[in-house]
Design a protein around this ligand. Sequence first.
Ligand code: OGA
Ligand code: FE2
Length: 456
Amino acid sequence: MKYRLWVLLTFIVLCGGSTDQDYCERDENGSCKSKTNSEQCEDEDEPCFIEEKVAKKEENAYPHFETLSRLNPGKIGSEQTYTIGGREMKLITRALKPLLFEIPNALNDEEILHVIEKAKNPNYSGGMFSSQARGGLTPEDTFKPSKEPGRASGPASRFDNWDFNDDQIIDLKEVAMFCRNYNFLYFKEPEVKTMIETLKLNEFDDGICTVDEFQNMNTQGIEDYLNQVMRDHPKFRQRYSDQVWLPMAKEYDKLLSKIRYRFGELLKIPEKILLGSEHLQVVRYLPQGHYHAHHDSETEKVTDKPCCHHTSTKTVLQYNKCKLCRFITVMVYLNTPEEGGETAFPAADNITYSDSSFRRRGTEAIDLFNLSEHCQDANLVLKPVKGTAVVWYNHYVDYKGWLGALEERSLHGGCEVKKGEKWIMNIWITAPYKNSVNKLSMYSMEYAMSAAHNKD
Ligand code: OGA
Ligand code: FE2
């Protein structure tokens, strides 16, 4: 009798209120389904219902977050620990601008294996492909060098495109700068010299080229040479890596979805924003692989373009019609490379940062964006260790709790892999500006369903 009363009281406490009814799975007669597991079911009916409720609640336990927010930064070097889904996550603050945390063992070996196997499986992912951005090749590429020397038809034909400091001479550093600015090629002095020798540019015999000498220089040859190098040697490009995209929705992959929820909960991301974030990107670098300094997101100052995930697929495919809105980057090392492959933040915690100060021009030109050359000059250099996540905020949060200004100091890149391979994955938490909060993200399953109807 006593037992029955307890059961009844517990039932009233747990099942009181209309929303709790939702946790009761009902049979055809409208009664709560009871489990048949007799160990859990001392009594035939109610206690089973209680068990079921607890289980359901855990499954749906993603907390409610109204808007975006940023975690408490603490001091550089300080640690904060959270337990998410039974996993302990220790966040170590490594920088404040951008706010950046390192989280050791954020993924375990089994999860890492799963990610790599899926990325490598050509039947599932379509296989890894090399970057087409910034000098990478599209399948439609039809470049053919011209046979004749002479005047270039493009930017190489104009002296002022070379003479960055307007001193009426072109020196070797300015040649490297030209290659970088117009062909996205990262040349050091030896590569510049090789080009001059190959093309027999005797205008540079004394190390410089004057306005007069420039008039007859074979700029056509230079243009062709650079176009050819861009195609032949990915190691000179802004990015030299292969990557692949994997959907993270639970409909595609339960484990990837679980990983995303773990970071979402840690970073207090509203569920809708989390589910509307980009697919997972898995990246592989081979020896000489790198990704020179860049921002993962774009500035809020561009107001005439929608965020890439808040627009139609058609628009996204039209180059330059939308902008990246990546609130947070969650980057996880999937292996420990033998040598090299650090992640560098050249401007982290710089008090003053301006894009131009990083591209010092003319005679004193040094290029801190070039991480093959300047990896160790960066303010923050992180060593890649298998399972460690690096999490940083590319943006601030605005006064309403939505995407705010870009943090320019989130500039970063992957230094050259010297030995072995380097594997990483990127979860980009894409978020809306306040005027697009109510728009569906094209990455959410909801969008996929509505797009199927609208045929946009
Ligand atoms: C990126 C990136 C850094 C690294 O993939 O966007 O910045 O260390 N990677 O590979
Ligand atoms: Fe990046």
